[in-house]
Design a protein around this ligand. Structure first.
Ligand code: BES
Ligand code: MN
Ligand code: ZN
Length: 508
């Protein structure tokens, strides 16, 4: 889909040749003398149109309007959130139509938030999954003109919005692919393809290399699957060599049966989305490559299946992680943390200024926050605030959760340094506390996207979240510069991490 930004007012929009003209009408709408302005004003005066978001009025072949279909939509105060609601409502009425070209006139005075909401909202609501349909009916909409009062002033916002929309859609498409298509091998291929077409650096490791590095925890999870694991490293170098990178770590479980601690059958198909974290890292890199901010970013994706098999890891098994810490597996369904902990230790070698992992980690997070906000855990208050702000701005919000040490009590075991599960209470926090042990040497944040990465029910499908949040956060870091953030305090597990770092450096 092709987006174009144009300077348009009501009169200009009326003359724009397209199949549909969508005019967003805010509170305090100012009518001019042009026919479209008059039409809107009279509809408002008659009460047939309200500026409330979600309210709409349609017209066909209206006098003086070039587009055959005219759609007036209330957009409240014109904020990003209201524009999103308006665009979504309009798009759902257009869904069944064959419109190929759409012009959207944003309210006068619209800023970056409205531009992003319009571009991302239209991309989102016109997306159609076709990859595995035998008679695909592709997206009809080919061209979208976004009309603003001053296109020059919105140029950067528009470029960012387009990149975000493309990144979100890329993540969404990967998430929606069935698990026999989106295998760890396929994720590796997608990362390679992305790197080749966009000039990124990539490295894809297989079982042998991962064994040599010593990722015993990750390898334990992969044991039961015939699909070989992959460990993907993506690099975007937009700043000087000396600048500490931000590392994104995405959970890439391409199918989670639960393993020997097998899940119930109902809705198990949805566990194809368990690579949503990985998909969001790939989508974010796609957007970075397009925008080229002055920033160094590294993406790490541990990817495998979690399957029951004669060769599977079992409850009671003890795994030795890359950090040197031993882990007692008490539930093979708590596999996400087991692949992430090795990637988090691996992240140390990049001397990062911050590490953010993204994972469909716990059903408990779905219970806590539903599908509205992702769970955010962070050891660094500044990093937490930046992510909260980025999420709000991108309409991809998260909510901070605690990391008190008391939540880790249940992870104690007689047979290893740590167990992989505790009781059911506070499950999302307990999972975060498990990861916390492996993140002592850099500022760290964890996004539990179990509730936000996909939708169930009739609208079943991947959402592409939290690409919007991640991109917004990264772009906000562009001007911060090279100074590495101050190190978090070094606690007990860091010793082992240091030893492992020396070990892996020697092997690399
Ligand atoms: N991938 C799941 C988390 C999940 C569950 C995401 C439901 C979305 C919806 C994860 O690997 C998992 O199975 N977690 C367990 C942890 C438990 C065994 C401590 C869970 O949440 O039940
Ligand atoms: Mn699981
Ligand atoms: Zn999982």
């Amino acid at each position: 889909m092709d987006f174009e930004l144009k300077t348009l007012d009501l009169a200009g929009a009326a003359g724009e040749k397209s199949d549909v003209l969508l005019v967003l009408v805010t509170e305090g709408f100012q009518a001019g003398k042009d026919p479209l302005g008059k039409l809107v004003a009279s509809a408002l005066a008659a009460g047939d149109l309200e500026p409330k978001p979600g309210k709409m009025l349609q017209a066909y072949r209206a006098e003086g309007i070039a587009a055959p279909r005219l759609l007036l939509a209330g957009a409240g105060d014109g904020s990003g959130k209201r524009v999103q609601t308006a665009v979504q409502a309009a798009a759902s009425t257009l869904r069944s139509s064959t419109a190929r070209k759409l012009t959207v006139l944003l309210p006068a005075g619209s800023g970056a938030d409205a531009v992003r909401a319009a571009v991302c909202g239209i991309a989102e609501s016109s997306y159609v999954y076709v990859a595995t349909k035998s008679k695909p009916e592709a997206r009809e909409l080919k061209k979208v003109v976004i009309g603003v009062a001053d296109a020059g002033a919105q140029k950067q916002a528009f470029a960012r919005a387009k990149a975000a929309a493309a990144g979100i859609e890329f993540a969404r498409e990967l998430g929606n692919l069935p698990p026999n298509y989106a295998t760890p091998t396929r994720l590796g291929e997608e990362a390679t393809k992305l790197a080749k077409t966009h000039g990124l650096q990539v490295e894809v490791l297989g079982p042998k290399e991962v064994a040599r590095i010593g990722m015993g925890s990750f390898m334990g999870v992969a044991k039961g699957s015939v699909e070989p694991l992959r460990f993907i490293t993506l690099r975007y170098d937009g700043a000087g060599k000396g600048e500490a990178p931000i590392v994104l770590v995405g959970k890439g479980i391409t199918f989670d049966t639960g393993g020997i601690s097998i899940k119930p059958s109902a809705e198990m198909d949805e566990m194809k989305y368990d690579m949503g974290g990985a998909a969001s890292v790939l989508g974010t890199f796609r957007a970075l490559a397009e925008l080229k901010p002055r920033l160094n970013v590294i993406g790490l994706i541990p990817s495998c299946e979690n399957m029951p098999d004669g060769g599977s890891y079992k409850p009671g098994d003890i795994l030795t992680s890359l950090s040197g810490q031993t882990i007692e597996v008490l539930n093979t369904d708590a596999e996400g943390r087991l692949i992430l902990c090795d990637a988090l230790t691996y992240a140390e070698r990049f001397k990062p200024r911050a590490v953010i992992d993204i994972a469909t980690l716990t059903g408990a997070c779905v219970v806590a926050l539903g599908g509205v906000r992702s769970g955010l855990f962070a050891t660094d208050d500044a990093l937490a605030q930046q992510l909260l702000d980025a999420g709000d701005a991108a309409l991809d919000p998260c909510w901070r959760m605690p990391l008190d040490d008391e939540y880790a009590e249940g992870l104690k075991t007689n047979f290893a340094d740590v167990a992989n599960v505790a009781g059911r209470a506070g499950g999302a926090v307990v999972a975060a506390k498990f990861l916390h042990r492996f993140t002592q040497n850099y500022p760290w944040a964890h996004l539990d996207i179990a509730g936000t990465a996909w939708k169930g029910g009739a609208a079943k499908g991947s959402t592409g979240r939290p690409v919007g949040l991640l991109l917004e956060y990264l772009l906000s870091q562009e001007s911060v510069g090279a100074a590495p953030a101050k190190r978090a305090s070094v606690a007990a597990p860091a010793k082992a991490a240091k030893a492992a770092r020396a070990r892996t450096r020697a092997l690399a």
